[in-house]
Design a protein around this ligand. Structure first.
Ligand code: 5GP
Ligand code: ZN
Length: 113
């Protein structure tokens, strides 16, 4: 989608700090980190949010989690990390392209799950 920020990041039209990439996934550092390590894992195919996953595209969510495990290892998050996805307005989603936040590098505590 030409007006989607994350599709433009995948296309290289908006610069980003790449952390991981394969045929279906791209991961990069969040521009406004909420933890010492804050990485966004996105699908190369435009899917609006977790609310738009279905039997035809849910393999992309599985691919995201395969990438998350690889990234956690390469970032040294051996003590743990948090994965969040916001879906829709009430969920706090600001970029309508499916993405998973990896947050780590400090003890995150028990707030908000
Ligand atoms: P959401 O609020 O939709 O769950 O998360 C969107 C995330 O994308 C936010 O954490 C925000 O900082 C990040 N973000 C928005 N625009 C850009 C950008 O152009 N580059 C990078 N690296 N991150 C972005
Ligand atoms: Zn997109």
């Amino acid at each position: 989608m030409s007006d989607c920020i994350f599709c433009n990041i995948i296309a290289g039209k908006i610069p980003s700090t790449r952390v991981y990439e394969d045929e279906s996934i791209y991961a990069f550092r969040d521009i406004s980190p909420q933890a010492p390590i804050h990485i966004l894992v996105i699908t190369k195919e435009h899917v609006e949010s977790a609310a738009k996953l279905n039997v035809g595209n849910s393999h992309l969510a599985a691919k995201c989690f395969e990438a998350i495990a690889i990234i956690a290892e390469s970032e040294g998050l051996k003590d743990g990390f948090r994965v969040i996805t916001n879906a829709g307005k009430a969920g706090g989603q600001t970029v309508p392209h499916l993405h998973f936040h990896i947050l780590g590098g400090k003890t995150l505590g028990e707030g908000l799950v």
